[in-house]
Design a protein around this ligand. Structure first.
Ligand SMILES: [Zn+2]
Length: 498
C-alpha cells in the first residue's frame, strides 16, 4: 500500500515510487514482463499526476451555457498527451452531429470535441477500446469549495479539483497505462488500441451514438474499458457489473373539464389532486417497496457487500426517526430492484391556492429499471398499472417519455475474469463485483453498436470522491492502483490470441 502523500504543490515531485520489483524473474518471462510494467507504472506516476493537474486547470464544462473553447482546449491537451506516447497510428480531435429533436427546425449542430486515438493490432492480438471523458460538471457554488475548483490542490492523500476524479483521472489512467506499456514492452506491444475520450458525457452524450456510428471501424474492439465508475473503498477494487436503466415520463391525471368551487361541489365532484394522490399511492406497498406488476427485480446478482441501515441513514442524511424503504439487503434495493419516484408536480403553488377543485394535475415519474429488464418493457408495465388503477374514472395521459436500458455484464466472459484478476493483483485485495443504482445511458449505445465486445466498467473513484459536488477529489493511492490494474490487464491481453 502507498502511504499518505505529504505534498502541497503539484510541481513538487515528491511522489517517489516505492520499488515493487523483486528482480528474480527473467526479463522475457511473463513474470519478468509484469515486473517491468509495475516498475514503469511506479516511475510514471509523478508525471501522470502532474499531467492530470494540468488537465484539471482547464475548466472544460460541456454544458451549453459555458464557453466551448475550454472543451476544445481540453480535447487538444488530451490529444497531445496521447500523441506523445508514440504508440498511436493516428490521433484526432473529432465532432459528430447531435441528432435533431424535431423541435429545432432540423438545424444540425455538432457535439463537443472528442479525442480518438488508434493503433492496429499485430500478430493476432486483441483490440481494446479505452473510454473516458474529458468534460466536467460546472463548479456549482464557488463558496462551497475549500480550494478553487480549477486549481488542483493536494491535501493529505487526495488531489482536489473539478474533474480531478470524474473523469480526468480516467483519462490519465489510460494515458499512464499506455505509457507504461510502451516503456515496458517496447516493440512487443502488439495489442490493438483505440482510445476514445468523449467531450460531453456530463451534458447527456448527445452526439455519442452518431460518433460511434461514424467511427465504428476505428472504435471496433474485442474489449471495451469504461473508466468512469467507482470502487468499494480506497482499499477494495470494484468491477461494476450492473447499472440500472431509467424510465421517465409526465403523467397527467384529469377529472373535471374546468375548476369548480370547492365549497359548492367538494365532497361529490372528484378533484384531480385526490385522484393523483390515490393513484400514486398504489405504486408502493406499505414497506415502500414497488408494487407494480411486471416491474421486475434482478435476481442473478451475487450477494452484495454488507451496508447497514445506519450507514444508509448517514450517507443519505435521514432525519431522526426516518427509516429505509423496500425489502432485502440494502445494496440489492439500490442495485437490483426497480424504483418509482415522483420528482416533480405541476399544481397551483401554496401561495396561489384558491378554494377550487383542481381539474388536472401533472407529475413527473422517474423510475429506475432493474438490470435484465428492457426499459420499454418496464415502461409498459408502469403504463398498464396507472391505467388500471386510475380512481373515480380519472383520465390518464402520458407523454414526454424517456427510456434508457439497464446494463448487465456477462461476468462469465474471459475479459471480466482477467479484469478482476488484474485488479486483485494490483490492489492486493480481492476485486468485488458491484452494481450502480444510477444509469450510464451511453453504455446502452456501446452495446447496440458493438454487441460482440466485452464491456468492463472500471473507475478511479471511491466513496469520498464527491463527483459533481464541491470539493471533488481523487485518492492518489486509488489512482495508482487503478493504473496498475489497467496496465496489468492490458499486458496480459497483449499475450493473448484474440
Ligand atoms: Zn463521469
Amino acid at each position: 500500500m502507498w502511504g499518505p502523500l505529504k505534498i502541497t504543490r503539484m510541481t513538487e515531485s515528491q511522489l517517489t515510487p516505492v520499488s515493487a520489483t523483486h528482480d528474480t524473474a527473467a526479463p522475457d518471462s511473463p513474470d519478468g514482463v509484469e515486473q517491468e510494467v509495475r516498475a514503469a507504472v511506479h516511475a510514471g506516476l509523478p508525471s501522470a499526476i502532474a499531467d492530470l493537474a494540468q488537465l484539471v486547470r482547464i475548466p472544460s464544462v460541456s454544458w451549453s451555457a459555458f464557453d466551448p473553447a475550454n472543451v476544445r482546449r481540453s480535447a487538444d491537451a488530451v490529444a497531445a498527451l496521447l500523441t506523445e506516447t508514440g504508440v498511436f497510428d493516428r490521433v484526432e480531435v473529432k465532432q459528430a452531429p447531435i441528432p435533431s429533436r424535431g423541435d429545432d427546425g432540423g438545424a444540425e449542430s455538432l457535439g463537443q470535441p472528442a479525442v480518438l486515438a488508434t493503433r492496429a493490432a499485430r500478430n493476432g492480438r486483441p483490440t481494446v477500446l479505452l473510454y473516458a471523458h474529458h468534460d466536467v460538471q460546472p463548479e456549482g457554488d464557488a463558496a462551497d469549495w475549500e480550494t478553487p475548483p480549477f486549481e488542483p490542490t493536494v491535501r493529505g492523500d487526495r488531489l482536489y479539483g473539478r474533474g480531478a476524479a470524474d473523469d480526468k483521472a480516467g483519462v490519465m489512467s489510460h494515458v499512464a497505462t499506455v505509457r507504461a506499456l510502451h516503456e515496458a514492452l517496447g516493440d512487443d506491444l502488439d495489442l490493438g488500441l483505440a482510445v476514445f475520450i468523449e467531450g460531453e458525457e456530463e451534458f447527456g452524450s448527445r452526439s455519442f451514438s452518431n460518433f460511434l456510428q461514424q467511427n465504428s471501424a476505428a472504435l471496433a474492439a474485442d474489449v471495451i474499458v469504461v473508466a468512469d465508475s467507482d470502487n468499494v473503498d480506497v482499499d477494495t477494487p470494484a468491477l461494476t457489473v450492473s447499472l440500472r436503466g431509467n424510465v421517465t415520463f409526465r403523467l397527467t391525471v384529469s377529472t373535471l373539464g374546468h375548476a369548480s368551487h370547492s365549497g359548492m361541489y367538494g365532497g361529490a365532484a372528484p378533484d384531480a389532486m385526490l385522484a393523483a394522490a390515490r393513484l400514486l399511492a398504489t405504486l408502493h406497498d406499505d414497506d415502500g417497496a414497488v408494487a407494480v406488476e411486471g416491474l421486475r427485480s434482478y435476481t442473478g446478482a451475487a450477494e452484495p457487500p454488507a451496508f447497514s441501515e445506519e450507514e444508509l441513514a448517514e450517507d443519505a442524511a435521514f432525519l431522526p426517526g426516518v427509516r429505509s424503504i423496500g425489502r432485502g439487503p440494502i445494496l440489492s434495493r439500490m442495485w437490483s430492484q426497480p424504483t418509482i419516484t415522483v420528482t416533480g408536480i405541476d399544481a397551483p403553488s401554496v401561495a396561489n391556492a384558491s378554494n377550487t377543485l383542481l381539474p388536472s394535475v401533472s407529475v413527473r415519474i422517474s423510475s429506475r429499471v432493474a438490470p435484465g429488464q428492457p426499459a420499454r418493457e418496464a415502461y409498459e408495465a408502469l403504463e398498464r398499472h396507472l391505467r388500471a388503477h386510475a380512481p373515480f374514472g380519472a383520465v390518464i395521459a402520458i407523454d414526454d417519455v424517456d427510456l434508457g436500458d439497464p446494463f448487465l455484464v456477462d461476468t462469465a466472459g474471459w475479459a471480466a475474469s482477467e479484469a478482476k484478476r488484474a485488479m486483485t493483483d494490483a490492489w492486493g485485495a480481492e476485486a468485488v463485483e458491484t452494481g450502480i443504482g444510477g444509469s450510464i445511458p451511453f453504455i446502452a449505445d456501446l452495446v447496440r453498436e458493438f454487441p460482440e465486445a466485452q464491456i468492463l466498467v472500471t473507475g478511479v473513484e471511491d466513496p469520498d470522491t464527491r463527483a459533481h459536488s464541491p470539493n471533488e477529489s481523487l485518492h492518489l493511492g486509488v489512482f495508482k492502483r487503478a493504473v496498475l490494474a489497467e496496465a496489468l490487464l492490458l499486458t496480459r491481453l497483449n499475450a493473448r490470441e484474440s
